[in-house]
Design a protein around this ligand. Structure first.
Ligand code: FES
Length: 153
């Protein structure tokens, strides 16, 4: 018999989780499903490069155990849009140059999309605070905030 692990839904596709119980959600996504858009930065919950959505809310995948999310719906940057059909937030980041090296960008965009459904204040300072869990070593913050504000309308 083949051991079938508990299932998780990633970008709309049910996936078996036949992984060690110590595997983080981030390692599961990158190493097992080869969804490498989600990045490993600090591995300590401080940079936000690993941000994904779980049941519509943003989390740091480096701090989560994959097994703890059996039955959950996970969305990564790959599930948000594609080159020929960008999510409005992705398009806004392109339009406003909301990145430099791009390493933090997937996490920034996943956080920014989640922010749209959160009680975040309307001005730029509020957006900076709501995005404070996502660091950008290049310092593209002004353009990131501009992109988010455009989508928020
Ligand atoms: Fe997860 Fe930095 S890699 S918060």
């Amino acid at each position: 018999a083949v051991a079938i692990g508990p299932a998780i839904v990633v970008n709309g596709v049910e996936q078996a989780m036949d992984v060690d119980v110590r595997t983080t959600l981030l390692d599961y996504l990158r190493d097992h499903l080869h969804l490498t858009g989600t990045k490993l930065g600090c591995d300590h919950g401080q940079c936000g490069a690993c941000t994904v959505h779980v049941n519509g809310r943003r989390i740091n995948a480096c701090l989560a155990l994959a097994m703890a999310h059996q039955g959950d719906e996970v969305t990564t940057i790959e599930g948000l849009g594609a080159p020929e059909r960008l999510h409005p937030m992705q398009a806004a980041f392109v339009q406003h140059d909301g990145y430099q090296c791009g390493y933090c960008t997937a996490g920034q965009i996943m956080s920014a999309v989640a922010l749209l459904d959160e009680p975040c204040g309307g001005d730029d300072a509020a957006v900076r605070e709501c995005m404070s869990g996502n660091l950008c070593r290049c310092g593209a913050y002004a353009n990131i905030v501009a992109a988010i504000q455009q989508v928020r309308g």
